[in-house]
Design a binder for this molecule. Structure first.
Ligand code: AKG
Ligand code: FE2
Length: 367
């Protein structure tokens, strides 16, 4: 593990302290140099854009219209999805039908998890990136030179449901929450299939979503004394198809759009939805996965909850045949089993679209 000597260690030997422990150390007024992100890496030549102006332009999808029996209404909402995926790779979903109380309870359980003692969380440490329950800090501390100002819990919740045994309400609430968000994601993916000119069930069937991978990722970003130097999560795209994100009322998510960083606001009870690399691969690049990052602040603890929905792990995903003709639209990505892609992304440093670049045709790096 890289350079942990100057960081506080919890009572578990050789274990890197969580950011929560670090942030709570008395009198902390500056961050260890191992948390200082090089400016060029966090900025990527993008300036932060005017918040209100750009956030107002982010598409809002009224989910209730997606299930309308009127073909006219459906065609309007499919067009909205097409435009959102083409222009942004990101949209906000309202009227999705997941009960507000369930969303609140789920967020509360995430907070309760992070409030467990370090020893209790240590039980769920997880050694391998594909372990079904993994609690830890940064992204992948064993390969990183600079650590993220972030602690996390990652749980595989589908096709097999897993849950940490603590806190005591976590299992029941997360099982229901994941089931409901999976339904929303599958419905959105039907709309996205149609928006690509494919049958509504195309993605569902081709990528075997009955046994699709779903991951619950809870992120904790404690207050940081030097927020401009640190990074919650560096610029990256997500590996799956669609990620549904909520937060505890504290902002920090930024999207890269037209070479600018856009601060994202969340309407109450909405999901912030981003397209992942497997939408880009399947659509043969018609829809690009969106690059995003999480910044931190000096005042409030931020918790975000990302539910990542992907193909089934043993599916080889390649561009949809229907979107390829070998002359003008040659396949732009090579096929890869989703489990291999996931392992590749999670075992490396999180860095923009470096994983997707490995399957881009014409740009192949040996793997
Ligand atoms: O915390 C956020 O807003 C972003 C989280 C994220 O991008 C992720 O978990 O992949
Ligand atoms: Fe992400």
């Amino acid at each position: 593990m890289a350079e942990t000597a100057s960081l506080p260690l919890v009572s578990l030997p050789n274990k890197m302290a969580t950011v929560k422990v670090l942030a709570e150390s008395p009198g902390l007024s500056s961050i260890p140099s191992t948390y200082t992100f090089p400016k060029n890496e966090s900025d990527e030549q993008s300036s932060v854009s005017d918040t209100e102006y750009d956030d107002n332009l982010i598409p809002v999808i009224d989910f209730s219209l997606l299930t309308s029996s009127s073909p006219e209404v459906r065609s309007i909402i499919i067009n909205d999805l097409r435009e959102a995926c083409q222009k942004w790779g990101f949209f906000k979903v309202i009227n999705h039908g997941v009960p507000e109380i369930l969303m609140k309870e789920m967020m509360e359980e995430c907070k309760n998890f992070f409030d467990l003692t370090e020893e209790e969380k240590g039980e769920f440490e997880g050694k391998h990136v594909l372990d079904p329950i993994r609690s830890g800090t940064s992204f992948n501390a064993s390969v990183e030179k600079v650590f993220c100002w972030r602690d996390f819990l990652k749980v595989f919740v589908h096709p097999q449901f897993h849950s940490p045994t603590k806190p005591c309400g976590f299992r029941e609430i997360s099982e229901e929450y994941c089931k409901r968000t999976r339904e929303v994601a599958r419905e959105l993916l039907k709309g996205i299939s149609e928006s690509l000119g494919l049958e509504a069930s195309y993605i569902d069937k081709t990528l075997n979503l009955n046994s699709g991978l779903q991951l619950l990722i809870a992120n904790l970003y404690p207050p940081c004394p030097q927020p401009d130097l640190a990074m919650g999560l560096p610029p990256h795209s997500d590996h799956g198809l669609l990620t549904l994100l909520t937060q505890n009322g504290i902002g920090g998510l930024q999207l890269q759009h037209n070479s600018k960083w856009v601060n994202v606001d969340a309407p109450p009870n909405s999901f912030l939805v981003n397209t992942g690399d497997h939408i880009e691969i399947l659509s043969n690049g018609k829809y690009k996965s969106v690059v995003h990052r999480a910044i931190v602040n000096s005042k409030s603890t931020r918790i975000s909850l990302a539910i990542a929905n992907g193909p089934s792990l043993d599916t080889v995903v390649c561009p949809a045949q229907e979107l390829i003709d070998n002359e003008s639209q040659a396949p732009a990505y090579k096929g890869m089993k989703y489990i291999e892609y996931l392992e590749l992304q999670q075992s490396n440093r999180l860095h923009i679209k470096s994983c997707l670049d490995r399957v881009r045709l014409g740009n192949l790096i040996n793997i």
